[in-house]
Structure formats: structure tokens, C-alpha cells
Design a protein around this ligand. Structure first.
Ligand code: C2E
Ligand code: MG
Ligand code: MG
Ligand code: MG
Length: 285
């Protein structure tokens, strides 16, 4: 540790390290207990069509940890630690189950929105994972299109050959597959050639700047064309205002997601939002 950080490893530094290690262990212990107690909850962020109707086609499930003392903890604050301690398999299983249960409920309420779940490196390494997904869909009585699985470029590139194989088997189970945060990792165009995915989610780093930066605009526009010529649908992430939405419309982008459309919200708030939208849509057509 000391060598890695270039510090001398004196007593002060050692104390700092101990604190860090202790905090990590405490978090893991609390996370294990929290998993047993069902403290993970999902918030949902809608994906809408980029046209005048802005119709909702699905939602993305984003995990939060409802900690009994610390309140709502966001994924960036605990997923990395969870991954390093081999807890991601359990977390994904919980998230998938919650997401499918909610999707089932929405289908029963006449809101057939699909739910997207984010996968991690360990999910793609687990040879039993695709079969688990198949079993889950059967158990909840959901059509495979009700589920979408998102994999970031960096997850794909961590173990590319394995990832490619698992994606192929996941695809046989029927859910849609998406590359998440596209453009920020290191995947090369040759991977786009062979990845069995339906959707490209263009990272918000490009989308949020396309109104002010001509280069970002050029990247967004040409990525839309690239996705379409590969037979993929394109989803813009991080749409924060109406101006960006209109630009995306001009580029022919298929779907959009972002704070400007809706922030991630708990299931109850999302259901109300979906119902509002659906009623407005039905009134308009
Ligand atoms: P992601 O999958 O790319 O999800 C989008 C993130 O961007 C979410 O943050 C969302 O709240 C945020 N976001 C959405 N629209 C906007 C916008 O217009 N502006 C800005 N500034 N941000 C926006 P969140 O929920 O904190 O999640 C962060 C990341 O954690 C996710 O990125 C995903 O990679 C990971 N994650 C979340 N839930 C799960 C999960 O259940 N499993 C796994 N493996 N990873 C998850
Ligand atoms: Mg995602
Ligand atoms: Mg993303
Ligand atoms: Mg992200």
C-alpha cells in the first residue's frame, strides 16, 4: 500500500489506512446484513421516444441502499466495494428480482413498460447467469421483451471474450441487450461489429454538451447514424433540457433519458408519473 501511493508509511499514514480498511469492513458487514433485511431498493428512470409524443417505452432500474442510519446511499458509494468483495452476484440477483416483480405489477396495471437492469463484471463471468435470467422471467411470467440488460463498455472490455460468450447466451434467453455509457470506455469499433446487442446508450458526456460544443454535436449525430447502420437503436443519456431533446430529434435519435425528462424516482412516484403520461398520450391520439 505504502509503496503504491508513494508515501513513507509512517504512523499517521498507517492510521489513515486502518481507518479506511475498517470503514470498508464495516460497510461490507452492514451490506451483507442489509441484503438479508431487504434494504436495497430500486428507483426507476423513464426512457421516452424522441418525438412529439415522448412516449415511455421503458424504465431503467437504479439501485439504492436504504441504510437504517445513513439514509439513502447511491450506487457509486457502495457497488465498487461490493464488487471487490464478491457481493455483486447477490446484488444483481436481488435487483433483477425486484425489477421483474415491479414490471409484473406494471403489466398487470395495464402499463407494459420494460425494465432495464445494469449488470456488472462478475455477472458476465458467472457461467450460470444466463440460465438464471431465463428462470427469473419464467418465474415472474414475463415476456422476455419486458427485461433489458445494460452492460457498460468498461465491463465488456474487462474480460472481452468471456463477455461476448455470455452475451450470446443471454441473448438466447430473449431480453434486449444494451451497451451502456457508450463512448467513454475503450471498446473498439471491431467489437461493435460482433456484439449481439440491440441498443447503444450514448454517454451523457457527449449528449449534455451537444448544445454548446460542435464536436460533441458531431459525435452525437454520427453515433446515431452508426447505430442505425448497424441495425441498433440509440438511446441518449443525460438529456437535461428541451433544447437537447430537440437537437436529438433532428439527429434521428430513437430514445432519450435524463433529468430533463424525469429523474429516477421510487416505484410509487414512477407509477403515478407513468399513469399521467399514459392518460395524456391516450387523450392525444
Ligand atoms: P448508469 O447505468 O449509466 O445510470 C445513469 C446514471 O446517471 C444514474 O445515476 C442516473 O441517476 C444518472 N442520470 C440520469 N439522467 C441524468 C442527467 O440528466 N444528468 C445527470 N447528471 N445524471 C443523470 P445513479 O443512479 O447514481 O447510478 C450510477 C451508476 O451506478 C449507473 O450508471 C450504473 O452504472 C450503476 N448502477 C446503478 N444501479 C445498478 C445496479 O443495480 N447494478 C449495477 N451493476 N450497477 C448499477
Ligand atoms: Mg445503465
Ligand atoms: Mg449509463
Ligand atoms: Mg454510468
Amino acid at each position: 500500500y505504502a509503496a503504491k501511493t508513494g508515501h513513507g508509511g509512517g504512523p499517521v499514514f498507517a492510521t489513515g489506512l486502518d481507518d479506511h480498511a475498517r470503514a470498508r469492513l464495516t460497510m461490507l458487514e452492514e451490506l451483507r446484513t442489509g441484503l438479508d433485511r431487504g434494504e436495497l431498493v430500486l428507483h426507476y428512470q423513464p426512457k421516452v421516444t424522441v418525438d412529439a409524443a415522448a412516449r415511455v417505452v421503458g424504465v431503467e432500474a437504479l439501485v439504492r441502499w436504504q441504510h437504517p442510519e445513513r439514509g439513502l446511499i447511491y450506487p457509486d458509494a457502495f457497488l465498487y466495494t461490493a464488487e471487490s468483495a464478491d457481493l455483486m452476484g447477490r446484488i444483481t440477483a436481488v435487483v433483477l428480482d425486484l425489477a421483474c416483480r415491479q414490471s409484473r405489477r406494471w403489466h398487470d396495471e395495464g402499463l407494459p413498460v420494460s425494465v432495464a437492469v445494469n449488470l456488472s463484471v462478475s455477472d458476465l463471468r458467472d457461467p450460470g447467469f444466463p440460465e438464471q435470467v431465463g428462470a427469473l422471467l419464467r418465474r415472474h411470467g414475463l415476456p422476455p421483451e419486458a427485461l433489458e440488460l445494460e452492460v457498460t463498455e468498461s465491463v465488456l472490455m474487462t474480460d472481452a471474450d468471456n463477455a461476448l460468450q455470455t452475451l450470446g447466451r443471454l441473448r438466447d434467453m430473449g431480453p434486449r441487450l444494451a451497451v451502456d455509457d457508450y463512448g467513454t470506455g475503450y471498446s473498439s469499433l471491431s467489437y461493435l461489429q460482433v456484439l449481439p446487442v440491440d441498443d447503444l446508450k450514448l454517454d451523457r458526456a457527449f449528449v449534455s454538451r451537444c448544445g454548446v460544443d460542435p464536436r460533441s454535436a458531431a459525435i452525437v449525430h454520427s453515433t446515431v447514424q452508426l447505430a442505425h447502420s448497424l441495425g441498433m437503436q440509440i438511446i441518449a443519456e443525460g438529456v437535461e433540457d428541451a433544447d437537447i431533446f430537440e437537437r436529438l430529434r433532428g439527429y434521428g435519435c430513437d430514445l432519450a433519458q435524463g433529468y430533463g425528462i424525469a429523474r429516477p424516482q421510487d416505484a410509487t412516484t414512477t407509477t403515478a408519473w407513468l399513469l399521467d403520461r399514459e392518460i395524456a398520450y391516450r387523450a392525444a391520439v
